[in-house]
Design a protein. Structure first.
Ligand code: PLP
Length: 345
């Protein structure tokens, strides 16, 4: 399928810009699994510093960042507490049970943001016949929660409960820089509450591939063992790490434009008869809406939009998600909203 001209399916659909490709082409490289790739080393140093952690490791994907972190923190039979819509529950092929051999305990929330009381209630008593609550996992921004940003006070509250109970605190920061730009809370300020956290390079930051997982020196040493075991150890990976370095230097502040564009789109489609916004506010770059009152289902709306050269994802029978990103210009949002209006009316 040809990529539609206005592709709001996901911020993973960005293509590297000419300047990013130039940085990749010129990257100094070496054997990354021997720590001889200067560009990978630079990227890991930048992310560790950004997140206020001792060390970091470059991985092929955000999924691998979550799964390796869980493997380091958990022993078989342990339990991970997280939101019921969190990515590792729904989109990582059962990784927590297959790889860390941990089970998950889900918290039910509106926007993926749970409370300290919910965590307290979910933590297991220490008894021989119950699983051990081992990791608390926080997703920031929340994907299925509408791109919501965790307030730092809430992060402090939930991670304190985890720590008081001997658990590790982990952050899935697939869109952490969106949260940083929107809230004005420095990444380091988020980072200091976590034993492990990562950011994705291949979403709003616009890189073709990769995630960077950070934590203590000891945590990263253990993470390296699993990176090797899972086949995630690379060679001249500086070629792709260079995109990450470039993105951290040039693509962070601009995330504010994506948020503004998402709000423009959200306001425009809220006026269309039959379209119901799922969340009362659009905080970052994700816009969720329901089409049930249009008389069409989400798959049909998505398919008909393609005829207008617009792609929006069907996320359920009637639920749709539009995502703004680097490859979407401000003027295209009105065009996409107009296409949606035509399709549903
Ligand atoms: C919240 C969240 N976590 C993890 C991931 C996984 O990232 P990756 O696609 O780099 O494996 C995604 C990807 O969509 C995500 O949205």
């Amino acid at each position: 399928m040809k990529t539609p001209r206005i592709d709001l399916y996901s911020d993973t659909h960005t293509k590297p810009t000419p300047a990013m490709r130039q940085a990749m082409a010129e990257a100094e490289v070496g054997d990354e699994q021997n720590f001889e790739d200067p560009t990978v080393n630079k990227l890991c140093g930048m992310v560790a510093e950004l997140l206020g952690q001792e060390a970091a490791v470059f991985l092929p994907s955000g999924t691998m960042c979550n799964q390796i972190a869980f493997r380091v923190h958990c022993r078989p039979g342990d339990e991970i507490i997280l939101d019921y819509f969190a990515h590792p529950i729904n989109a990582e092929s059962g990784g927590p049970s297959a790889l860390a051999q941990a089970q998950t305990r889900t918290l039910h929330t509106e926007r993926g943001i749970f409370t300290a009381d919910q965590v307290r209630e979910a933590i297991r008593p220490v008894r021989r016949h119950v699983p051990s609550s081992r990791v608390l996992s926080v997703e920031n921004t929340t994907n299925a929660g509408g791109g919501s940003v965790w307030p730092i006070a809430d992060i402090a509250a939930v991670t304190s409960v985890a720590k008081e109970n001997g658990m590790a605190a982990h952050m899935d920061g697939a869109r952490l820089m969106n949260a940083v730009v929107e809230s004005g809370t420095p990444a380091k300020e988020y980072g200091r509450h976590f034993d492990s956290l990562w950011l994705d390079l291949s979403k709003g930051l616009g890189c073709p591939v990769g995630g960077v997982l950070a934590g203590s020196a000891d945590f990263i040493e253990q993470a390296w063992r699993f990176k090797q075991q899972m086949g995630g150890a690379m060679r001249q990976a500086g070629i792709i790490a260079a995109a990450g370095v470039y993105a951290l230097e040039h693509h962070v502040e601009r995330l504010a434009e994506d948020h503004e564009n998402a709000r423009t789109f959200s306001r425009a489609i809220a006026q269309i008869p039959g379209i119901k916004m799922i969340f009362d506010r659009c905080e970052t770059n994700l816009v969720f809406f329901d089409v049930s009152e249009t008389g069409m289902d989400a798959a049909t709306v998505a398919e008909n939009l393609l005829a207008h050269d617009v792609r929006i994802g069907a996320m359920g029978p009637y639920r749709m998600r539009a995502v703004t990103h680097l490859d979407i210009a401000a003027g295209q949002l009105e065009e996409a909203a107009e296409a949606l209006r035509k399709v549903v009316s």
